[in-house]
Design a protein around this ligand. Structure first.
Ligand SMILES: Nc1ncnc2c1ncn2[C@@H]1O[C@H](COP(=O)(O)OP(=O)(O)O)[C@@H](O)[C@H]1O
Ligand SMILES: [Mg+2]
Length: 336
């Protein structure tokens, strides 16, 4: 864990997978600072960031920093629940309240009592449920489906999305009033390509965990360490973690990564000398990856100024926005 100047233990239980949110990069230090401030409060938090960037782990860290840490932490993915079942999943139901309800069921609002509830992929929640959720957040009371008695919602709600929330409002996927209710305190998880210094630290951390589990001493090859730096990690920390795990299974003593990485591997946004105005691109790069890296590096170079980046790239501002939307770059969205 070299170079990590700040980290939080995620709760050991009753959460599922414990983990430690790591990162020494300035971008993660800012995230830690925000978690430290908001953790002990009751404020709602909206976590944004690309898939795999650590939103769920950040939510667990917030829970662990709060007076609710002794209570449950429950995470549900709103996008994974069929629209017809989401109300029952959130608020529970009474026996006989609909066909198939053979016994009463406690929803996540009940199961998370005294603790924290993470509503992941909040923009995927049907709009009518968003209206009901807003009412529950305002009144702190809810009904099980088919019940006449109200329950007190003693729950801290954290929401997460990998979309740009403002754009989700514009697209009619997220109610604006719910956004402002949820996002009392917004936290943006930076994509892994914006915290290049953390990649090796994270890789070593995941490898150390695997070595400890299997009582082995496997190591990354020198080439694997170069690959770590060259890959742009579009799947963020999740991709890195899975990649290390695959290499660990495949390798006996010295682990290689290059054969395991297919997409975007040959591109490094900033060359090894750290010049912000250079891209080094390996032969064999996919055109799509090359274009994306060029756009990202240009935006970085112009410090996020899209008009100047579009001028330099020789495309219209609209085209640049369309490309960025295509990459679902919530970071740029939030900053614009
Ligand atoms: N900063 C970090 N330090 C250590 N592990 C991390 C970090 N960020 C993410 N992870 C790990 O990467 C995986 C994906 O993180 P997760 O929180 O589920 O991302 P998201 O919810 O944004 O998709 C998880 O296994 C998580 O434990
Ligand atoms: Mg997630």
């Amino acid at each position: 864990m070299n170079g990590v100047s700040n980290s939080y233990s995620a709760p050991a239980e009753p959460c599922v997978a414990a983990g430690i949110l790591l990162g020494g990069s300035p971008a993660m230090q800012e995230v830690f600072r925000l978690i430290e401030r908001v953790g002990p409060t009751e404020a709602g938090v909206l976590l944004t960031g690309e898939s795999g960037s650590g939103k769920e782990l950040a939510a667990r860290s917030i829970h662990e920093r709060s007076p609710r840490r002794g209570g449950p932490f429950i995470a549900i993915n709103c996008g994974a629940i069929p629209a017809g079942l989401i109300e029952a999943e959130l608020f529970g139901y009474e026996k006989g309240s609909f066909t198939g309800a053979v016994r009463a069921h406690a929803g996540v609002f009940e199961r998370a009592q005294g603790g924290t509830l993470l509503l992941d992929e909040i923009t995927e929640m049907p709009l009518d449920m968003q209206t009901r959720l807003l009412r529950v957040l305002e009144t702190r009371m809810f009904y099980r489906v088919g019940a006449s008695a109200e329950f007190l919602a003693d729950v801290r709600v954290i929401a997460a999305t990998n979309r740009c929330p403002l754009q989700a409002v514009q697209n009619g996927q997220l109610r604006e009033d719910l956004l402002y209710r949820l996002a009392v305190f917004p936290i943006q998880l930076p994509p892994l390509r914006r915290r290049a210094d953390d990649v090796e630290v994270l890789a070593d951390h995941f490898l150390a965990g695997l070595n400890a589990q299997s009582r082995t001493h496997k190591r990354l090859s020198a080439l694997a360490r170069m690959t770590l730096k060259q890959h742009t990690w579009p799947g963020n920390v999740r991709e890195l973690k899975n990649c290390i795990e695959r290499a660990f299974i495949l390798g006996d003593t010295t682990l290689e990564l290059a054969p395991l990485i297919h997409n975007g591997a040959p591109i490094r946004a900033v060359d090894s000398a750290g010049d912000r105005d250079r891209l080094s691109i390996r032969v064999g790069s996919r055109i799509h990856d090359m274009e994306r890296s060029l756009i990202e590096a240009t935006l970085d170079y112009f410090q996020g100024n899209k008009r100047r980046a579009a001028d330099a790239l020789g495309c219209s501002l609209k085209t640049l926005y369309n490309k960025l939307n295509g990459y679902s770059h919530s970071q740029e969205c939030a900053n614009s």
